[in-house]
Design a binder for this molecule. Sequence first.
Ligand SMILES: [Zn+2]
Ligand SMILES: [Zn+2]
Length: 143
Amino acid sequence: MEICLQHYIEESIMTEQRTRSQKRILQILKKLDGEVSAQELHLELRNRGQTMGLATVYRSLEALKREGEVQVRVLANGESVYTTMQKDQHHLTCVNCGIVITLDQCPVSHIEEELEETRNFKVFYHTLEFFGLCRHCQLASSK
Ligand SMILES: [Zn+2]
Ligand SMILES: [Zn+2]
């Protein structure tokens, strides 16, 4: 019995710490208002005197993602960036210079409704990515 209680206490302390890290990360993500990588968050926390291990940052982001609090996007260079917004994202990314152009209008909003009907899948959000060459890079490569 005693062991079980000890285990229970340890477990709840861990959960509490986990939640606290998540809250801190969520707060910073909201303040930063944009996409940030785990490393950038790690640095930002340190700058604010709230040092947190990088592994904890990753773990917290992962948990927040599963809870639907943060959104993840993988950049062309393989890096993941995080935002708090539960908003659809549409990007054109140039594979040469890395410029990201955001589309204001959703070109696929009808697909979401379709999926909810045909697949019986409740869609939270979507991201749409197009990769290619921007106008500038096309001109530069044709020279
Ligand atoms: Zn470009
Ligand atoms: Zn959309």
